[in-house]
Design a protein around this ligand. Structure first.
Ligand code: HEC
Ligand code: HEC
Length: 250
């Protein structure tokens, strides 16, 4: 750390300290009045840190390329922040934390990389930071994934390969019930009750049409799910999930 930065940090720490003491004094003064009004939950759910920015648009990225973002986890509380975990629902998002310990008023960097393989169109990713008390703060990253002209079609890396298989293949294993198969490997894209999310809704479709899509695939985003095409589903599972979906009204 250079001296200027050190000084800056020092001054800020002192200022934060003063601010905190001021706050405490203020709180002590009005604690008498507000103590009955204060909802019991407020004290335990107040999160003393934030991710900045909480929303970041990464612009356009070619499919298959990585998108990068640097966020800051800022300790807005009076105690040292101990970061226990950084998570994102899709394993295609990886984060590197500068430091797990953040002093009061300080910050650490959170570098995020998003693998855009098999994605297309508008993508939104949530990143969640959790501290040692289980309190958490979120940030949202958005980007638009453009089709890669050198890598179109359905071949190559996709949602069923390598590190992606843990979440996009394995959960279907051994499932026999259509709804359970859907919840294991479809819901993350087509949403709850097949109402649509990142991918279109799957309601009001007939079973044959759905089966055909699962056997042949449509695109990189919706590849063939049949085992013999490298997908996660046996022909029996494929029939079951199609049957369940076709039973949902539009
Ligand atoms: C830890 C489990 C997990 C792993 C590993 C994983 N995914 Fe996902 N994936 C999810 C979940 C959950 C969602 C839906 C929630 C979300 O959007 O983050 C999702 C959503 C997606 C989507 C839909 C678009 C989107 O981003 O919302 C695509 C495409 C995708 N994953 C591709 C991949 C690829 C390619 C890999 C490997 C590089 C991968 N995933 C690894 C769990 C995982
Ligand atoms: C990684 C995200 C992802 C997963 C997982 C996924 N889909 Fe899709 N699916 C899509 C996208 C995106 C489309 C639209 C494809 C296009 O138009 O290129 C689509 C399209 C479809 C269609 C065609 C819809 C229509 O209106 O013609 C069907 C049927 C379908 N998916 C069924 C399923 C089933 C069943 C599963 C689970 C076994 C599943 N999908 C899992 C992303 C996904």
């Amino acid at each position: 750390m250079n001296y200027h930065l050190y000084l800056h940090t020092k001054i800020r720490a002192v200022l934060m300290g003063l601010l905190f003491v001021g706050l405490l004094a203020g709180m002590a003064a009005c604690v008498q009045k507000s103590v009955e009004k204060m909802p019991e939950k407020a004290a335990s759910t107040a999160v003393p840190f934030v991710i900045q920015p909480a929303k970041l648009d990464l612009g356009e990225v070619e499919e298959g390329k990585e998108a990068h973002a640097t966020l800051f986890v800022r300790n807005t509380g009076p105690l040292t922040l101990h970061i226990a975990d950084v998570q994102s629902p899709c394993g295609c998002t990886v984060s590197d934390l500068g430091s797990r310990e953040v002093p009061p008023g300080g910050f650490t960097t959170l570098k995020v990389r998003i693998d855009t393989t098999a994605k297309g169109g508008a993508v939104k990713k949530k990143v969640t930071v959790t501290d040692s008390f289980g309190r958490s703060a979120d940030a949202w990253l958005s980007l638009r994934v453009l089709e890669n002209p050198h890598d179109a079609g359905m071949q190559g890396r996709g949602i069923f390969s390598g590190k992606c298989a843990a979440c996009h293949v394995a959960p279907a294993k051994g499932k026999t019930d259509g709804a359970a198969i859907y919840a294991a490997v479809c819901i993350m894209c087509h949403g709850n009750q097949a109402k649509g999310a990142y991918a279109p809704k799957l309601r009001g479709l007939d079973a044959d049409g759905i089966e055909s899509v699962l056997i042949h695939g449509i695109s990189r985003q919706m590849p063939a799910f049949a085992k013999e095409k490298g997908g996660p589903l046996t022909s029996k599972q494929l029939v079951e999930v199609a049957k369940w979906l076709s039973g949902l009204d539009e």
